[in-house]
Ligand binder design. Structure first.
Ligand code: NDP
Ligand code: MG
Ligand code: MG
Length: 333
């Protein structure tokens, strides 16, 4: 089983005298930067001007500079920009200013694993990835806790860099929750697989198919929305608290019997075979190439699917029903 590091396994003195540049003051950037500063580290911010995130950094008493200037002034550089822009920004504004001895970091391995961020000679790499969104990384730290995180040493990187990575993980509060050792390949491939097969792709299609089946059979769309989408939250909350067993303990015996006898007919051997195919596309880099090329073309297919999906009947009926439930913090995009 996995190696897990806690507070006593990490020493903040490995960051002493080092300047940490956080590039991007978004979800992860704002949280990691503030936590590190509160842990006594020397933190600077590279964030483009003229955006709300720039103003946020200023309001938090940082003096953000350009990405270039932050890299020039730093020893440890963490790229916390959106994954799809990291490659271009790395080539244009980061790599030319890296110096031997610098440590290059990230919180998701996509670009390092798929060759979009390749460190020059003398620069080592380490990933530290909180397993939660930035606002939680910040709020747990402020409460004295921390979000469990991952650490992965880049190819060819050594023990000094691991110590710096562990110190960084301690600085953001990660070692309070536990820091699991992984590799950049494992972090990247499992993250992509989870979001494609289960979390985003799988569950969205499951919900849509269930909704469509009821509506096509003549049931009212409002009923289909409640049964196939709205109630999903109740089930997921039970998973989150106590796994499959607690969900099955909490629902009716009728629901539990239906789960055991009908669920395996939905996720069949054929579905499991497709999951393996999707994993292979991730491992071979085929998915990464598709996504990088799509971005290079200005995301035409991506934008068109997004537009079509926003206009589905389930989205229209959902918008109407959510407005009737005042306790829901209803969002529109
Ligand atoms: P966000 O989208 O929240 O923030 C991105 C930051 O980059 C913003 O400050 C944004 O500034 C800036 N930025 C965006 N586009 C550009 C550009 N073209 N040029 C310069 N700056 C730009 O990103 P996240 O914090 O969500 O993600 C950062 C990294 O952390 C990613 O690698 C992600 O995979 C990883 N991660 C994210 C998690 C999460 O829960 N969000 C969890 C774990 C890892 P501006 O306001 O100017 O657009
Ligand atoms: Mg992901
Ligand atoms: Mg029911």
């Amino acid at each position: 089983s996995a190696k897990i590091y806690y507070d006593n396994d990490a020493d903040l003195s490995h960051l002493k005298g080092k300047t940490i540049a956080i590039l991007g003051y978004g979800s992860q950037g704002h949280a990691q930067a503030q936590n590190l500063r509160d842990s006594g580290c020397d933190v600077i911010i590279g964030q483009r001007a003229g955006s709300p995130n720039y103003d946020l950094a200023v309001s938090h008493k940082f003096k953000p500079t350009s990405v270039e200037d932050a890299v020039k002034a730093a020893d440890v550089i963490n790229i916390l920009l959106p994954d799809e822009v990291q490659g271009d920004i790395y080539r244009d504004s980061i790599k030319p200013h890296l110096k031997p001895g610098n440590v290059l970091m990230c919180s998701h391995g996509f670009n390092m694993h798929f060759g979009q961020v390749e460190p020059p000679q003398g620069v080592e790499t380490v990933l530290v990835a909180p397993k939660g969104p930035g606002h939680l990384v910040r709020s747990e730290y402020v409460k004295g806790g921390g979000v469990p995180s991952l650490i992965a040493l880049g190819e060819g990187s050594g023990e000094v860099t691991r110590q710096i990575g562990l110190a960084y993980a301690k600085g953001i509060g990660g070692t309070r929750g536990g820091v699991i050792e992984t590799t950049i390949a494992e972090e990247t491939e499992t993250d992509l697989f989870g979001e494609q097969v289960v979390l985003c792709g799988g569950v969205s299609e499951l919900v849509k198919a269930g909704f469509d089946t009821l509506v096509e059979a003549g049931y009212q769309p409002e009923m289909a929305y409640f049964e196939c989408m709205h109630e999903l939250k109740l089930i997921v909350d039970l998973f989150y608290q106590g796994g499959l067993s607690y969900m099955r303990y909490s629902v009716s015996n009728t629901a539990e019997f239906g789960d055991y006898t009908r669920g395996p007919r939905i996720i069949t051997d054929e579905t499991r075979k497709v999951m393996k195919d999707i994993l292979t596309e991730i491992q071979t880099g085929q998915f990464a190439r598709d996504w990088i090329l799509e971005n290079r073309a200005g995301t035409p297919a991506f934008k068109s699917v997004r537009r079509r999906e926003r206009d589905l009947p389930i989205e229209h009926v959902g918008r109407k029903l959510r407005s009737l439930m005042s306790w829901i913090d209803a969002k529109e995009v």
